[in-house]
Design a binder for this molecule. Sequence first.
Ligand code: SF4
Length: 390
Amino acid sequence: GQCVAVCPTGALTEIDETTKVIRRLADSSKTVVVQIAPAVRAALGEEFGYEPGTLVTGKIVAALRRLGFSYIFDTDFAADLTIMEEGMELLGRIKGHLAGDKSVRLPILTSCCPAWVNFFETYYPDMLDVPSTARSPQQMFGAIAKTYFADKIGVEREDMVVVSVMPCLAKKYECQRKEFSTNGNPDVDFSISTRELAHLIKEANINFGELDDEEFDNPLGYSTGAGVIFGTTGGVIEAASRTAYELYTGKELVDVNFMELRGFGGIRTATVDFDGLKLNIGIASGLGNARLLLDKVRSGELELHAIEIMACPNGCVGGGGQPLHHGKEETIRRRAEALYRADAEKPLRKSHLNPYIIELYKEFLGAPLSHKAHQLLHTHYYKKEQNSGH
Ligand code: SF4
């Protein structure tokens, strides 16, 4: 992911994608839907003179409406969906393991960072059954938008364009993976970065600072606090723990803050207690740290149940598509704090309580890990040759 930030072909892709988005917005035969990733709301303001860590969510929604998007949705919704699928997968593997099933592979590894996925497909081909098969929130969003939501509003798949705003440059390549297309039509058509969105807003002469806050559209715009913290290191595994705890123990989790999973060390380990069941969790951010952690798992030196890995140091808040932070860790830290604040302010903070997620399963998917959920929300990994590029 990060190599892309300094790679000239990456820059060309950026220009290209923004132009294509502008063209689709001008085409009245297209319904253009946009999703924004969690880390974007904690950083975009910096491009307009706000202090790092200022949440500008409502202004982003307002700006996207002025730019002409038909529906403004939230990747956080899809993050809640990711937790449903990944959380059930985690529980399934743990129960299998406890029952002595030798075919069950632990630890389970999070799979929402495409730069990391690319990395383990290249360097850990012997461990391709370790990652969760759950697609990233970006891709889950696209798959649901172009089926469930397109059906709801009576739009054909070919007439819907899905754009994502991501803190990330690797997300552009993720959209191009053939697993995420149906008959050559990608689930997510274009991914633009936080910086590119800032550029679009400036080009359109929108006075960002003067915009009044607006709300996301529904049903794909509603999320719990668990979906928001996906944007920082440790957030995915904390979100998963909130849901997995309740589903495993059948008890209410009163304090949802897993403080032991938060922090900024490049490699961390912690134990969470599921009512007597102790789960060992590993967290790494930055590819060098990820490699160190995974090598210890491969050699058997570390025994973990679940691992979260993000390619960018400190997770997506520090992503290669974010406003430049010039190596200032304080900037990244403040963005992460903003996401924990947004989480704390949400009325619901556990993914499985999201009423629109519940509705989606009831009306369309059936249950987590159902046949339909597997088709739309899960993926496969492939052994990649070293130096094969993207
Ligand atoms: Fe993209 Fe986030 Fe992975 Fe960085 S950590 S490459 S921003 S998904």
